[in-house]
Design a protein around this ligand. Sequence first.
Ligand code: ADP
Ligand code: MG
Length: 362
Amino acid sequence: MNMKVGILGGGQLSKLLAIAGIPMGIECVFYFPEKSHTLHHLGKVIHAPYEAWEALDAFAQQVDVITYENENIPIQTIEYLEKLAPVFPGKQSICVAQDRLLEKNFFLNNDIPTNKFIAINHKKDIELARRILGDQLILKKRTQGYDGKGQIKIDQNVSLADIPAYYLQHTIAEEYVSFDREVSLILARNKHGCVHYDLCENIHENGVLRRTRNIKNDLLLDLAYEHVNKIARALDHVGILTVEFFQVGETLIANEIAPRVHNSGHWTIDACVTSQFANHLRAILGLPLGSAKSLTNAVMFNILSNMPKVETCFVWDELCFYDYEKTPAAGRKLGHITLVDDGNMLFDEHVKKASFLVNGLA
Ligand code: ADP
Ligand code: MG
């Protein structure tokens, strides 16, 4: 197709985007400052800081459109690039998603239910937070957090003096939610319309996603779609948009948004007509969206910290194995495995076993 996409960020989401582009003849150019050797065989790499204007010029010149794999790219960089090439999702989406305070206010302004919060800029704000939000709360840095990093839970036993100074400014305090379930909905939107995937049911441990399964025709799907569609319209979003929710009873409480392809959508590669990665590329390139319909049930397991033995990754025919080729480190996402259901009754049994194999060795 002779189209070139520039991707900011050098992690596994960039890798999976680039792989999705190959069958469509879409070439990717990567731009990132951190050390990473996992993308070089998938396209040209520009290794430079996000404030290296000349390098950004060279990057923009060689691509048709620019996107990003994480929302922590400096806004200045986005503003600079916008003048040189189309950037999707647009500035509004990334601005709201990269600052938890803006994000929470955005939810309020758009009538999206969210848990109570207050901004923390001083020690005394914590006392106020305790009065308003209750004894159990979570302090989250406004920016740069991911995988549960940059947040701590505090209860009545934690005294003010015990709270690290780091959390006393540029932070939000959030009411702790005793949820029934965590779910996310992934929507792909272009200028003409949108498609959405099945609701994803997510299991986190210590703030890190461990496992996701798609739930066909979930009872809360329509409600989730209503919220996500409203958010996408308000942001005039183009590309994939993911919203994470806490389910409490029959309600969905928005936790956060990601203006990008999302870990809870990796199962779409093996289970859907069009994966989230292929649809993101289609959306940002102004191409028609593909069907987001799932053809099967799937469960995705993140591989953290250590790679399981090779035999484990191929233990059943129904396992699809992805290695991000990263250096192992405690808590790092190194790959994932998707277990695809062929309709047999052993699905739950398989999930338990796969969970044991992956988690047990992680
Ligand atoms: P991150 O950007 O790291 O994904 P999140 O705000 O999504 O940050 O928090 C990570 C996880 O921590 C959530 O998926 C959830 O399991 C837990 N968590 C976060 N905030 C709350 C909360 N207010 N109440 C209960 N659990 C929470
Ligand atoms: Mg999250």
